[in-house]
Design a binder for this molecule. Sequence first.
Ligand code: AMP
Length: 462
Amino acid sequence: MFDKFNDECGVFGIFDHPEAANLTYLGLYALQHRGQESCGIVASDGVKLNRHRGIGLVADVFKNDSVFEKLPGRNAIGHVRYSTAGGTDIKNCQPILVDYHRGSIAVAHNGNLVNAPELRSDLEKRGSIFSTIADTEVIIHLLARAECETLPDRITEALKEVMGAYSLAFLTETRMVAVRDPNGFRPLVLGSLDGAYVVASESCALDLIEAEFVREIEPGEMIVVDKDGLKSYHPFEKRTATPCIFEHVYFARPDSTIFGRQVYQVRKEFGRQLAREHAVDADIVIPIPDSGVPSALGYAEESGIPFELGLIRNHYVGRTFIEPQQSIRHFGVKIKLNPIREVIAGKKVVVIDDSIVRGTTARKIIKMIRNAGASEVHVRISSPPTSYPCYYGIDTPTRNELIASSHTIEEINRYVTSDTLGYISREGLLKSTKCSMGETTFCDACFSGQYPVKFPRLNCKK
Ligand code: AMP
């Protein structure tokens, strides 16, 4: 099976600011939704790179002020990571930091390289010794072997070997480099603050530190920042850009602007389109919080059915909790969500969520809503059926586990026990993004099975 160690990550970088590490910490705070397993910062004082990283949330890993004393300098990059496999081993936390014959370099990566296992095995045969299981380390080894004179050329040479998704931030003693792969799968934005350049996975990180949004880093673009300012290169062969539609569906924060569009507005439009495609006679529209909220607002607006908060989410639930000895039914969902009986009882309810993956969440929530007295439960999903795994950096289970890969919509409807089930169409979804990106189309492989960057068969998730 394909290892996917850099799924769902966030990257941040800032060059030439007196509070570089501190602002990177804040940037990571804003990107916490992109990865909760581990995080880290590397800072440069112009001579030496220093790192602090750890397992856990940003607020925990950086809870002592003293940490920042160990991260001096005007330049820094940071990373938040979520991974499904490989356990929680600190050596896989990013940024990766290495010393090689040309000095030190650190890298933070969001995305997934589809040919990493082949490159790795090739490099190992040629003597490379890997110290992590992250596919990102392949880039470092390729870069260390590159014989070109300049850093941008070495990075280019390394990246020409890799296939797949990468939004990257590199830091050396004196330079910051940010690169987005030619397909532009993952977002990456450029900002400025008091004359310092900032890069971040999403614009919400710029907002928190009050940096100005300059523009998105383009697919296939490399930005190099040093004491002479910023230079932009387009070193790769041009391809049709295919940014990830699932960023708009679920992953990005609704207050971010990515791929030319504001995420909240796009999600609301998904909801409106869903209402046009799957109207139903009902009393209230309720979202599954938080991911279903913007689309539920759009659905309510378009249909004229009142929006209600029928499910309340506890925002303080960690990833694990100790269950009571005496079993409480559906404990896992119940600890996160609780229905308001007074809102739901006796009502015909439309429930909106962004996606159904395995189907287990929807099934439990519908039971919960029925127990709260709903007379009918109609489920509407603001993305098409998720039938195929992602190989470009969204954490999806294997194909067998995706309920839509082997069940019809009617079968899923029966499984999740809704009265009716409707998914937005693929055309409706794409139309609703209203993206003005020229030749750009979206990668919607998770819905269509059309993978824009091919990969060795070996790496397919069964
Ligand atoms: P499931 O129970 O497997 O059907 O999970 C569906 C829920 O997972 C939906 O409410 C989504 O909001 C959420 N979801 C969808 N994609 C992801 C993802 N890649 N990572 C974490 N949660 C997700």
